[in-house]
Design a protein around this ligand. Structure first.
Ligand code: AMP
Length: 208
C-alpha cells in the first residue's frame, strides 16, 4: 500500500493514517511531524523551517523533499507508506512522481479526507497534540490516551495562524485534488463523521 493523504489541516489525515499503520504496519510519513522533530532538536533545518511554520506558510520545497527522500529510504517504508501532509503543492507532487518512477514504485491512491471549512476551523482551534507521539484530541484531554505524554496546543493551531494555513491550503494544496483525479487515483471519503465510520470508508475506498 503506497498512498498519499489529501485534505485540509485538521481534516483527520493523521488519525486515519494511525489507524492504517496499526492495522497494516505501513510507514506513516508525516512531513509536519518530521519538521516538528527537527524544530525540537534545533537542527539547522529545524531553525529554518520554524520561520515558515509559525507563520502558517509552507516550508521551501527542497527542505521538505530532502526530508521525505531520507525517510522513504528507511527499511520500514519498503513495505509501503502513507504520505501525510506531502505533497502540499503541484511542484512537490511532480517531484514525488519522478522519485517514485525512478524507484520503480507506484502510488495506489490519493485519499482525500473531505471536511467542510467551518468544521475545520472549529476542530483546529480546539485541537491538542501530544508532545511525545503526535496523537491529537479535542481540548480537555490533558494526558495522551496513546502514550501518556503531555497534550499541548500547537502554536500554529492558534486562531491567528489558522486562517493563514487554510488560505495556503486553498491556494497551493487544493489543486492537487484535480491533479490526482486526472491521474485516475483519487479516492474521496466524507471526513465529517466519527473516526470509525470514516475509517470504514477509507478501507472500502482503498479496496482493503
Ligand atoms: P502539518 O502538521 O501537516 O499541518 O504541517 C505543519 C506545518 O509544517 C505546515 O503549516 C507547514 O509550515 C509545514 N509543512 C508540513 N508539510 C509540508 C510540506 N509538504 N511542504 C511545505 N511545508 C510543509
Amino acid at each position: 500500500m503506497n498512498i498519499v493523504l489529501l485534505g485540509a489541516p485538521g481534516a483527520g489525515k493523521g488519525t486515519q493514517a494511525q489507524e492504517l499503520v496499526a492495522e497494516y504496519g505501513v510507514a506513516h510519513i508525516s512531513t509536519g511531524d518530521l519538521l516538528r522533530s527537527a524544530v525540537k532538536a534545533g537542527t539547522k533545518l529545524g531553525v529554518e523551517a520554524q520561520k515558515y511554520m509559525s507563520a502558517g506558510q509552507l516550508v521551501p520545497d527542497q527542505l521538505v523533499i530532502d526530508l521525505v527522500k531520507e525517510r522513504m529510504a528507511q527499511p520500514d517504508a519498503q513495505k509501503g507508506f502513507i504520505l501525510d501532509g506531502f505533497p502540499r503543492n503541484t511542484a512537490q507532487a511532480e517531484t514525488l512522481d519522478a522519485e517514485l518512477d525512478a524507484m520503480g514504485v507506484k502510488l495506489d491512491a490519493a485519499l482525500l479526507v473531505d471536511v467542510p471549512f467551518d468544521v475545520i476551523v472549529k476542530r483546529l482551534s480546539s485541537r491538542r497534540t501530544c508532545r511525545n507521539c503526535g496523537y491529537t484530541a479535542p481540548a480537555g484531554v490533558d494526558v495522551c490516551p496513546n502514550c501518556g505524554g503531555e497534550m499541548y496546543q500547537r502554536d500554529d493551531d492558534k486562531p491567528e495562524t489558522i486562517q493563514h494555513r487554510l488560505d495556503t491550503y486553498q491556494q497551493q494544496t487544493e489543486p492537487l485534488i484535480s491533479y490526482y483525479k486526472d491521474h485516475g487515483i483519487l479516492v474521496t471519503v466524507d471526513g465529517n463523521r466519527p473516526v470509525a465510520d470514516v475509517y470504514a470508508d477509507v478501507k472500502k475506498g482503498l479496496g482493503l
